[in-house]
Ligand binder design. Structure first.
Ligand code: AHR
Length: 524
């Protein structure tokens, strides 16, 4: 059981707007009670060969007029460094199960097709070395998904040997000849992607038999990753709610429980997008309060899904050795008009910032089991951090949430107790506020509070036990409208601004703007 007790005391029926407008919300935080570590890997990113996610978003080539380092955009690298990206999942997604790594190394690259995403040609100019260079430039670690769907264990094993072997094997020498004598570090390996669907339409039993083979033979030879920093192997997990998905988790976890010395997994992936309806039809911009509230209600389903699959995992892995890794999540809306529908281009609004905060808070509350997550996707695709157009770049509201949450990376979770009340719109009722707290390595307390209500401010009074609070300061992210976005012409519409907070007699008080994400730190 996680330790946040959110008591929704108001009943959904009979709440009126004037009552809500006057409401103050009290929070109780005991800074001496810390829980699980909020693994920084929950702030992971996902970069697939899809639309302009890689090409143009990251890779412009060394001859581009856009400032770059070995072909990788400097502006994008600078922005991503600032959000301290822990890991990047690559090369897919569905693309990963059709990716053959040899086509993306060496001086001669093969031009292939990308049938999943618009059927465009894939130049393979961004391959293993370029990816490793990119993550090195942004200070992140590699989360590589190997091809289980259309590849072979031999191909995947050779890729890992190529990347990680220090001994002078033929593959290691080939890597050196291609410009990197030292072995690369691969922190995480994904054994397939959505193997129940685009990754090969496998049954759970068939996948488990494949997973064991890949787990056994896809080895990391990097000497620096043998005792410490061992590569984590992530198995394909569920992709939604319902018996199909609980059966999948049961099958994989039951196999894990009986695993022998010869194979192992360290994580089970979960994919869950906030779509509203399939196919994605909600607009990403130009919407009102109805769509705002519906999407927030839909995104909160993440909580139930994680609880459900965690409970299954607990049955087979009570010591929580296997992490739940939500390696695809985020809002997935209708493609922007005029864009290639296969490129999954959408705008990113204040609603997405709030959606991101709510999901990150859910992951943090399940910190004992959820030890990884990758928002989809990093640049120009779905709920992106960054949008580019040729030489132009803009940071999205979601980017700023990831920036505000940096202090929560590897901080110790601290329970927050509160009565959230309800924000209602039409038939939708969601908690008015959400909050998490954590203590960083220096003992500083950090508090995040989201006001979901787009109309009413909230006065927060937080009782701080277990610490001697002296002062507090922080930032808040809001904007005039629920669908406010940052554009190339107006890049600062949705960005964090300082907020004043008062500390007196062990109580922190601050006023939250409607539809806002706020992070404050408490000086002791
Ligand atoms: O992120 C887009 C796609 O969504 C991924 O390629 C796939 O894994 C998922 O279905």
């Amino acid at each position: 059981m996680h330790s946040l007790f959110v008591c929704f005391t108001l009943t959904v029926m009979g709440i009126t707007a004037p009552m809500l407008a006057a409401q103050k919300i009290a929070l109780s935080i005991d800074g001496s009670k810390t829980g699980a570590k909020v693994d920084r890997n929950i702030f992971g990113q996902f970069a697939e060969h899809l639309g302009h996610g890689i090409y143009e978003g990251i890779w412009v080539g060394p001859d581009s007029k856009i400032p770059n380092t070995r072909g990788i955009r400097n502006d994008v690298v600078g922005a991503l460094r600032a959000i301290k990206v822990p890991n990047v999942r690559w090369p897919g997604g569905c693309f990963a199960d059709e990716y053959h790594w040899r086509k993306g190394i060496g001086p001669q690259r093969s031009v292939t097709l990308n049938p999943n995403w618009g059927g465009v040609t894939e130049a393979n100019t961004f391959g293993t070395h370029e990816f490793m260079d990119f993550i090195d430039q942004i200070g992140a670690e590699a989360y590589v998904s190997v091809n289980v769907g259309s590849g072979t264990p031999e191909e995947a094993a050779e890729w890992l040997e190529y990347m990680t072997a220090a001994a002078p094997t033929t593959l290691a020498k080939e890597r050196a000849a291609n410009g990197h004598p030292a072995p690369y570090k691969v922190a995480l390996v994904g054994i397939g992607n959505e193997s129940w669907d685009c990754g090969g339409n496998m049954t759970a039993d068939y996948y488990v038999s494949q997973m064991k083979i890949y787990s056994r033979f896809v080895r990391n030879f990097n000497p620096a990753q043998q005792e410490k920093q061992q590569m984590l192997k992530i198995a394909v997990g569920p992709g939604g709610d319902g018996p199909r998905w609980t059966d999948w988790t049961e099958t994989v976890m039951k196999a894990y429980q009986q695993h022998t010395w010869s194979w192992d997994i360290n994580g089970l992936s979960m994919h869950n997008y906030t779509v509203g309806h399939w196919p994605p039809s909600y607009a990403s911009v130009g919407f009102g309060e109805t769509e705002y509230s519906e999407i927030l209600k839909s995104t909160l389903e993440m909580e139930g899904l994680i609880s459900k699959h965690s409970a299954i995992m607990d049955k087979y892995d009570p010591d929580k050795k296997v992490a739940l890794v939500v390696d695809e999540w985020g809002g997935w809306y209708a493609p922007l008009q005029g864009s290639n529908p296969g490129f999954l281009v959408q705008q990113n609004s204040l609603r997405d910032a709030i959606l991101a905060a709510l999901n990150l808070n859910i992951f943090a509350r399940h910190a004992d089991r959820v030890r990884g997550a990758n928002i989809a996707q990093m640049i120009n695709v779905l709920q992106a951090m960054i949008i580019t157009d040729k030489e132009k770049m803009v940071l999205t509201p979601t980017y700023y949430v990831f920036k505000m949450y940096v202090p929560f990376q590897n901080a110790a979770f601290v329970p927050v107790t509160f009565d959230a009340g309800w924000y209602t719109h039409g038939a939708v009722a969601v908690p008015r506020v959400d909050a998490i707290a954590a203590k960083d390595a220096n003992g500083k307390l950090w508090l995040e509070i989201t006001n979901l209500d787009p109309n009413e401010p909230i006065e927060i009074e937080a009782g701080l036990a277990g610490i001697t609070a002296r002062a507090a300061s922080g930032e808040t992210l809001t904007a005039p409208k629920v669908d406010s976005v940052n554009t190339f012409d107006a890049p600062n519409t949705v960005m964090p601004r300082p907020i004043s907070a008062k500390v007196q007699d062990g109580k922190l008080t601050l006023k939250l703007e409607p539809k806002s994400v706020t992070v404050v730190s408490v000086e002791q």
